[in-house]
Write a protein that binds this ligand. Sequence first.
Ligand code: CTP
Ligand code: MG
Length: 258
Amino acid sequence: MNVGTARGGGKLAGFMRPPPRLFALVPCAGSGVRAGGDGPKQYRPLAGQPMVAHTLAALAAVPRLAATLVVLAPDDDRFEAVVPAFAGERGWVARVGGATRAASVAAGLGALAARGAADDDWVLVHDAARCLLRPAWVEALIDACLDHPVGGLLAWPLADTLKQADAAGNVAATVDRAGKWAAQTPQMFRLGLLRSALEAAGHGVTDESAAVEALGLAPRLVAAPLENFKVTWPQDFELAGRLLRSRAAERAAAQEGA
Ligand code: CTP
Ligand code: MG
């Protein structure tokens, strides 16, 4: 094949362009204020491993992800010690975390671009603190979004009746729950779109979708189980640990039976 011709010709050059790649970006630079306790929650042990190790293992089990970039706080001195096997061809680390989650994600997108990710590559942003993630849910998100013009997110259709609280902690109103979803992660968007969306939205947005919506776009909602919750409050650690231990027991039983 004549590569010179392929580079020069408009139609042929378009044909030759490699398909977009998929990257995961994991913001891991928070301090876990709501969780209380000692040190950032992502390093607390759960079922024998630090929380973030469970998160990264699920992403590593998704073959379509070219690489996962973890965003750490600039002064993080624990990551390599607690997840020693992570860095490598498919595991990248950037100490560029900011004051808010959105700032950490924006800086991580810059680090991905610096490593060669293109504007039309997909980025799946996933919270380090959602350590119950299963590879199959990531696959479902990718399948649902690859042909979508905007991208999308995993989310949970709310089951409970919603209450609006007043300042005293009493019910001020019942909010119609029809059509309400709780946003989860991963959230999957093209790198270029997400960079400009976050730049325009500022660093106060609490998820990528909100920044993209502010551009007038409508990301796809992809149903995921409640089990994909974000470990946030002190009591969440016990539940997450219990679920991870029961999964490990199921795997061990399946191996024994095999
Ligand atoms: N995060 C980040 N940079 C920040 C804040 C949060 O990378 N400045 C990451 C967290 O490490 C976490 C994810 O974003 O994996 C979701 O944030 P959240 O659950 O709110 O974690 P924290 O901000 O650490 O917790 P809190 O809000 O209770 O302080
Ligand atoms: Mg936070």
